[in-house]
Design a protein around this ligand. Structure first.
Ligand code: PRX
Length: 582
């Protein structure tokens, strides 16, 4: 594996941020040790907070289970003992394939206590992508729900010789049926006394997430135990998290947002993590926000837009005073959604920006830093972010405000990934002269707020211009008819590419030529003829990744394949491209 820090002239740069104070707050008793699980559980027990609820789980039928910090410390010690008993060595990968169930927490923290690398996979992946990730991650152990294992791993297990052990969770808390080469995880936990953590250091590997960005093959980004410093600092800086909070992160366990903000950040801050097993359903979600007295909520723009579709009146009927803040990640949160949220739920809606590679939030509309609806926010304390361009090989900062360039981050902060697995050669592209190039194009305004333009790969090359799809999408979203929209480049003989839009509509609006003409003229008025989309296709739903990102390359394939565009709606499969996208 290549190391991120050894890439092209990349070097560690000291920042003045007092990360050492956070390290001292979280590190274990032995000099130089740091373990995420100890920081997230045992640390609170030692400080007298053992009876506080660490995890509050809601099942699909709204059944609930609470796990205190003391129980979590005990359960993770048992899981670590089980893994050590299987011969897990420090640095070995343990893959996890389960939905949002309580055992996710004992598994993750147990893996960290055993010195292993936690590698959660999307439960919705098919057998092929799961096998590929088990292989690239060289997983020696898999902890999975019985049903997912039987459907998605068992048929190909013979082709995974490095996978030595499989620990299963029976359905609905029950025991596991006998299967070759598998054991019952819950039975083992009950029968095995807990052990303490092995001596991990801040640089020991801790978790592995696969990412494919919007293009390219999946590669695994590896993170170390040091990441917990950034998780704790951002939990406080962005969400103001502390012991009294009920924090709800809706992310799927396979997404790094779950590992960072569904597991580590709130637990390190001593809050109660709420975890809901069910999928997005606005009425259920409003009910949970209200009944569980959630204080801070971390979700996605897609979820917020889904709630917008159900109207502000429904949101207001569930309004609850406990809620302090809502934040989102994964895609731009347009200004309209920010003001809708503020009006409907009466709390600030904050956009935050980060990537699998950065491991934690690095740019945000954080309280105390000012907020600007529609922007990603400013660099958080401890992070130096700049708009850069590369002329030849030398990176140069773009000095003028409101000028497009690539978002770059000065190395190094604690949650920065330590390298890619299965992605040789990728690092030279993203590290230059002590900066990490994110692959996202942005502008920075005179007050330091960053504005998302698009992925470098998604730019539309139109005549001599580079058009960022988000700018066009953001404007179309301002039209009351448009619920969601994706803009891509369609080949054009004269201009090389022209922007075209795929839009889904809000209730009460009818797709048809009249609305198409209205939207095209609205776009021309607002954006001018060059940036305005040349065509608009109406779709019921946009193709998305599991994490809610619009799959522009699927739209692009459609724009390429259907020159006259008439049949695009019918041609879109219900969940296209899902199998390879994080
Ligand atoms: O393009 C950016 C987009 O999501 C990418 C990172 O994806 P992933 O690694 O799956 O995310 C992990 C945790 C978020 C970024 O390169 N992205 C993320 N947040 C935003 C965003 N685009 C616009 N605005 C955001 N707030």
């Amino acid at each position: 594996m290549a190391s991120a820090k050894s890439g092209n002239a990349a070097k560690t740069v000291e920042t003045s941020f007092p990360w050492d104070e956070t390290l001292a707050e979280l590190s274990g008793p032995a000099d130089g040790c740091l373990n995420i699980a100890t920081a997230c559980a045992d640390h609170h027990v030692a400080a007298g907070r053992g009876d506080n609820v660490a995890v509050r789980w809601l099942g699909r039928r709204l059944e609930r289970r609470d796990i205190t910090y003391r129980q979590l410390a005990d359960l993770s010690g048992r899981a670590a003992a089980v893994l050590a008993g299987l011969g897990l060595a420090p640095g070995d990968t343990v893959a996890v394939l389960m939905d949002r169930v309580p055992e996710l927490y004992s598994a993750a923290l147990g893996i960290w206590k055993a010195g292993g690398v936690y590698c959660p996979l999307f439960a919705a992946f098919g057998p092929g992508p799961i096998k590929a990730r088990l292989e690239v991650g060289r997983a020696r152990v898999l902890i999975a729900s019985e049903e997912l294992y039987l459907r998605k791993v068992a048929p190909g297990r013979a082709g995974l010789p490095q996978l030595e052990h499989v620990l299963l969770l029976g359905e609905d808390g029950g025991s596991v049926r006998p299967h070759d080469g598998c054991s019952d995880f819950r039975a083992l936990l009950a029968a095995t006394p807990p052990v303490g953590p092995v001596a991990t250091t801040p640089d020991s590997p801790a978790f592995l997430h696969f990412t494919s960005g919007t293009t390219g093959t999946p590669k695994g980004a590896l993170h170390t135990h040091r990441a917990v410093l950034a998780h704790l600092v951002t939990a406080r800086a962005v969400f103001g998290l502390g012991e009294a909070d009920i924090f709800w992160c809706t992310a799927d366990p396979g997404w790094i947002t779950s590992t960072a903000y569904g597991v580590i950040a709130p637990l390190a801050a001593g809050a109660t993590v709420l975890v809901d097993e069910a999928d997005v359903e606005p009425r259920r979600w409003y009910g949970i926000l209200h009944d569980e007295k959630v204080t801070a909520w971390y979700t996605t723009p897609t979820a917020i837009r889904t709630m917008m579709r159900f109207g502000a009146a429904l949101a207001r009927s569930y309004r609850e005073n406990s809620l302090r803040v809502v934040a989102s990640v994964g895609e731009p949160l347009n200004g309209e959604a920010v003001s809708w949220g503020q009006k409907a739920l009466g709390v600030p809606f904050l956009d935050t920006w980060w990537q699998t590679e950065t491991g934690a939030i690095v740019v945000a509309n954080a309280p105390g830093q000012g907020r600007r609806p529609g922007s990603m926010g400013r660099a958080l304390p401890g992070v130096e972010a700049a708009v850069m361009r590369c002329d030849g090989t030398a990176p140069k900062a773009v000095e003028a405000a409101d000028t497009v360039g690539e978002l770059a981050l000065r190395l190094d902060w604690p949650s920065m990934f330590s390298g890619y697995l299965g992605g040789n050669g990728l690092l030279t592209n993203c590290f230059r002269e002590g900066w990490y190039f994110t692959g996202d194009l942005v502008k920075q305004d005179a007050d330091g707020f960053f504005w998302f333009i698009g992925r470098v790969d998604d730019m539309i090359k139109c005549g001599g211009l580079q058009i960022g799809p988000f700018e066009v999408e953001g404007m179309l979203m301002d039209h009351p008819a448009v619920a969601e929209v994706g803009v891509v480049g369609k080949p054009d003989l004269l201009l090389r590419e022209v922007p075209v839009a795929f839009a889904s509509l809000n209730p009460g609006f009818e797709a048809g030529d009249a609305l198409r003409a209205e939207l095209l003229s609205f776009a021309r008025q607002e954006l001018g003829n060059v940036l305005a989309p040349r065509e608009i296709y109406f779709v019921d739903e946009l193709p998305k990744t599991f994490t809610g990102k619009i799959l522009r390359r699927v739209l692009k394939a459609k724009a390429l394949a259907e020159p006259d565009g008439t049949d695009l709606l019918a041609a879109l499969p219900p969940c296209p491209g899902r199998f390879d996208d994080e």
